[in-house]
Design a protein. Structure first.
Length: 365
């Protein structure tokens, strides 16, 4: 049996007729940018995330970049970011000329809130927790620290659409949140896309300006902006998929529950707190002999991935940042142990059972 790590075509096959119909509708309309399809999606995704404003942009990285820009994060400011994340979480800070202040993670794979205060100084302007793999960060504690020091909280929610923290939707728990709709995400489009959520209408207005060159109207540019628009096609595709998102996330959770039950005596599995609902963008286990298991599963036709093999502070781009190996021991330790197993709604029972039995047979050798 061959099991790919992802199956990006499965959702298209499920929704093919509806997707093709809306493609034809927009193609014939002649309106491809900043039209009614975008407005409709923004309204529905704002309601889904329990916020008053959503702004469609070109991708998840731009979503975070435009938030930071609108909050006037600039050269010599500092933004706190967990070192265990995709590089985009750090790039958006450096792109504005600001400095990264890394913080280690805890057992949840998210930022260790007990380490945040010691990273704060007079230059600190924001904390940007990452809801890694679809699991919520401890937002109450993060917001409490932010309020104490009068700094902003921006959610990096790229992997967490639909996740819930203490009965509140991810994307509604900070000043603003940035989401990605890259093809690998739980809510994905056919190319790239992203959006910002916020309850701050003034901030939303700034981001709307910045995403479209700073144009107040076609003939009046009021600020120097960017070209970062979610086009009509992708907005329409996202709105169609949004109707199925909770079902797909629920299917991911059922797979994760089965993995947890069957694998907990063999590897470290992600045990959630009662107050959180993950969407399992990735299902990440930990074990000492990770690389041997990768090779074994590959020999069985099972693809896996590592999220992420090198903490950001140890990547080549950060060699002059002043951070050294050993500075963030948990991130560095886990980077050698973590392994992501296949998890997606179209993964069948036979395939899931085969993955589990293969892991068990590895430990029985």
């Amino acid at each position: 049996m061959k099991i790919p790590f992802v199956d990006l075509g499965s959702q298209f096959r499920e929704l093919q007729t509806e997707l093709i119909n809306v493609f034809s509708e927009i193609g014939e309309s002649g309106i491809y940018v900043l039209g009614e399809k975008l407005k409709s999606f923004e309204k529905k995704i704002a309601a889904y995330c329990d916020v008053t404003n959503a702004i469609g942009v070109a991708n998840g990285s731009d979503a975070l970049f435009l938030i930071l820009n609108s909050l006037n994060i600039k050269e010599n400011d500092e933004v706190i970011v967990p070192t265990n994340s995709f590089i985009a979480s750090a790039w958006v800070v450096k792109a504005l000329g600001a400095n990264l202040k890394f913080v280690d993670i805890d057992d949840t794979m998210n930022i260790d809130t007990s380490k945040i205060e010691e990273a704060i100084n007079k230059k600190t302007k924001a904390i940007m927790p990452v809801h890694l793999a679809g699991r919520p960060s401890d937002m109450d504690e993060i917001n409490k620290i932010a309020q104490k020091f009068n700094i902003q909280v921006i959610e990096d929610a790229a992997q967490a659409i639909g996740a819930i923290y203490k009965n509140r939707k991810i994307g509604s728990l900070g000043k603003a949140a940035g989401f990605s709709m890259h093809p690998l995400k739980n809510l994905s489009v056919y190319g790239d896309g992203g959006f910002v959520t916020t309850n701050d209408s003034n901030l939303a207005d700034k981001i709307r300006l910045l995403r479209n060159h700073g144009l107040a109207n076609r003939n009046d540019c009021v600020v120097w902006g960017y070209n970062s628009r979610l086009d009509e096609m992708q907005a329409a595709f996202a709105e169609i998929k949004l109707q199925h998102l909770d079902k797909w996330n629920s299917q991911n959770n059922k797979i994760a529950e089965f993995y947890n039950k069957e694998l907990k005596n063999f590897v470290h599995v992600p045990n959630l707190n009662d107050y959180e609902v993950s969407v399992f963008h990735n299902y990440i286990i930990r074990l000492e002999n990770r690389d041997n298991l990768i090779d074994y599963l590959n020999s069985k036709g099972i693809q896996t991935r590592i999220h992420y093999p090198t903490p950001i502070h140890l990547q080549s781009v950060c060699k002059d940042s002043g951070y050294l190996e050993g500075d963030f021991p948990i991130s560095e330790k886990y980077a050698k142990q973590i392994l992501s197993l296949p998890i997606y709604p179209s993964l069948g029972e036979a395939e899931i059972s085969y993955i589990v039995s293969s892991i068990k047979s590895f430990f029985a050798k």
